[in-house]
Design a protein around this ligand. Structure first.
Ligand code: SF4
Length: 298
């Protein structure tokens, strides 16, 4: 997409927010957004428009000079992906990548930017979460959160037992460190809570580099194109997939669960990647007992 088209998208988004009376936020992501030659022009246009700006990066291109320029944009956060401590991260992303990302985090913190670290849990790294938490603590990370990898590959995807293990680890760490977040699908189950609802179809719209729009970047459905569709509001409103995702639809297996009204069946993207189905209970949900209101403790 050309710079001109990107500025057009920003303009259309502003009109959409006004029409819907929404407060907006744009997260710039990639690939690696800082590799884009017009990154600072578009990020600055977002910042000046009054729309909140978030940046999702691998952190490796951030030095003090770049962090200084980012600070001028006043982003609400910069999120850096770390897939584990040094050896684990480098085994997944390549030699030397961890060190560069960590230097990026230090530069961001020097410039007073709120830093989120995102950990994508998979077979290769799920056991290293607590070591990463210690690294994040040492580097003053503001928030460490995690997601499950979205894949159909059983060699990478967590089994339910593995998912339960990392959920429990994160839950324990959360009671020790306030910067750790378990605010994603099913991650509160060890604490018998579930305060997360998937935002696909509700509060999220993805725009790809060619203008195609999606309800979620982890669900493979194109709902329209922001450059060519005349009326974005109409595209979103009439999209069958947006409607399917937005209408409260509790999977039948979840009906007796006390978390159902918030959880709504867990992470749709994760389960769709594994099964090709929407509207079914999360594939990693290990909550088996039906709700007993008399216990009143769940
Ligand atoms: S049973 Fe369904 S609603 Fe309850 S926690 Fe599991 S996926 Fe969520």
């Amino acid at each position: 997409m050309s710079l001109e088209d990107m500025l057009k998208v920003l303009d259309r988004y502003k009109q959409y927010l006004k029409l819907m009376n929404y407060e907006g936020q744009i997260n710039l992501t990639g690939g690696e957004p800082l590799l884009h030659p017009d990154f600072f022009t578009i990020a600055s246009a977002i910042s000046q428009s009054g729309i909140r700006l978030g940046i999702l990066t691998n952190g490796t291109l951030i030095d003090d000079e770049t962090a200084g320029k980012l600070a001028e944009l006043k982003p609400v956060f910069v999120q850096v992906s770390l897939d584990g401590p040094s050896e684990t991260h480098d085994a997944i992303r390549g030699k030397g990548q961890f060190e560069k990302a960590l230097k990026g985090i230090d530069s961001l913190k020097r410039y007073g930017i709120k830093v989120l670290v995102s950990f994508t849990a998979m077979k290769e790294n799920y056991e290293s979460f607590s070591l990463l938490a210690e690294v994040c603590k040492e580097h003053f990370v503001d928030k460490l959160w995690w997601d499950r990898v979205v894949t159909d590959d059983a060699n990478i995807f967590l089994t339910t037992k593995e998912f339960k293990t990392i959920s429990k680890t994160a839950s324990k760490l959360k009671s020790k460190y306030s910067f750790i977040s378990n605010d994603r699908a099913l991650q509160g189950l060890p604490d018998k809570t579930c305060g997360y609802s998937c935002s696909a179809g509700h509060r999220l719209l993805i725009v790809l580099a060619n203008g195609d729009m999606m309800a979620c970047r982890r669900l493979p459905f194109i709902i329209g194109n922001i450059l060519t569709d005349e009326d974005i509001e109409k595209t979103v409103r009439l999209s069958p997939i947006m409607n399917k995702l937005s209408i409260p639809d509790i999977p039948s297996d979840c009906k007796k669960c006390p978390h159902a009204l918030v959880c709504m069946g867990g992470a749709k993207c994760v389960t769709y990647a594994q099964t090709g189905k929407l509207g079914i209970k999360d594939i990693n949900c290990y909550r088996k007992k039906p709700f007993n209101p008399r216990r009143n403790k769940q």
